[in-house]
Write a protein that binds this ligand. Structure first.
Ligand code: AMP
Ligand code: ZN
Ligand code: FE
Ligand code: FE
Length: 276
């Protein structure tokens, strides 16, 4: 049985590789299944050439939601990219991203960091713009030495360029739309708090959540094993993926934290099921 990497990002959000290049990387890593799960976008699935034999591409999306007083990420698998309810949610989130980017650039200008128009324009026109794109632009403009410095000095809460995200859907709304689009929802990189206080998880389960991404590079080996055990005991499907963003030099590689491809079949059973 092959391996499935169920979490990755392309240039249709803040990843470095184009969707077709990401597919190629998955092929080189000898994966059986890849899901491209861009932040709040299914644009990667627009003009993707067929993946060819041996590699299955599962349509996915990683939606930022507001839940239990903070932002968490919900993965939606097997969604229909053409579903009007999903398209409308993602369009709304894209507008909110662009408006937020404009506010961040204004704040940076007020703090004395004025990006030249030729760097501002592409940021403001990017439907997927987020802080990582602004951090890259600050590096390219020579305002900071690294993306890390860009975040630390300007883009984290309390820093002069920080703007919180607005207009995020609730976990309930996102899960309902994922089901409407024929998909199945999974809590991305939940961390271990959900094992200590399972209230927020129970609420998501009531809204239709079916899985927990136990295997993720942000969890330690021990945390992954505890989360997997915890999820199985609750009857949740255990998923995993690399959350690959880059070219392999920074962060995870394609195929890290991949799970058995049988997991995909388990998820598929729950496609489009509304919470009971
Ligand atoms: P946004 O959705 O625009 O708020 O950007 C969130 C993304 O920025 C996350 O998914 C991370 O990839 C990245 N990020 C957040 N905090 C940092 C940080 N301190 N250093 C580098 N990248 C970060
Ligand atoms: Zn990202
Ligand atoms: Fe995430
Ligand atoms: Fe991600």
């Amino acid at each position: 049985m092959g391996k499935a990497d169920l979490h990755s990002h392309s240039t249709c959000s803040d990843g470095v590789l184009k969707p077709a290049e990401l597919v190629e990387a998955a092929r080189r890593a000898r994966l059986s299944v890849l899901s491209i799960t861009d932040h709040d976008s299914v644009d990667a699935y627009r003009d993707l050439p067929s993946t060819g034999p041996g590699l299955e591409l599962v349509v996915g999306v990683e939606i930022s939601v507001f839940h239990d007083g903070g932002e968490i990420h919900v993965l939606g698998y097997f969604v229909d990219p053409a579903c009007p309810e999903l398209a409308s949610l993602l369009a709304r989130m894209s507008r909110a991203r662009q408006e937020r980017a404009a506010r961040i650039l204004d704040r940076l200008a007020a703090a004395g960091i004025e990006l030249p128009p030729e760097r501002r324009a592409p940021l403001l026109a990017n439907p997927h713009v987020g802080r990582p794109h602004i951090a890259r632009a600050l590096v390219e403009a020579g305002a900071v030495a690294s993306r890390r410095e860009a975040f630390r000095r300007f883009l984290v809460p309390g820093a002069p360029g920080y703007e919180r995200r607005s207009d995020l859907p609730s976990g309930h709304e996102a899960l309902k739309i994922i089901a409407t689009a024929g998909g199945v929802g999974v809590w991305a990189h939940p961390g271990t708090d959900c094992m200590i206080d399972s209230g927020p998880l129970t609420e998501l389960e009531r809204s239709g959540l079916r899985g927990l991404e136990a295997f993720h590079p942000s969890h330690t080996r021990g945390e992954m094993e505890s989360l997997a055990l915890f999820a199985r005991r609750r009857g949740l499907i255990v998923t995993g993926g690399s959350d690959f963003h880059g070219d392999g030099r920074e962060g995870a590689k394609v195929g890290d934290c991949a799970v058995d491809a049988a997991v995909v079949k388990r998820l598929e059973v729950h496609r489009g099921r509304m919470p009971s």
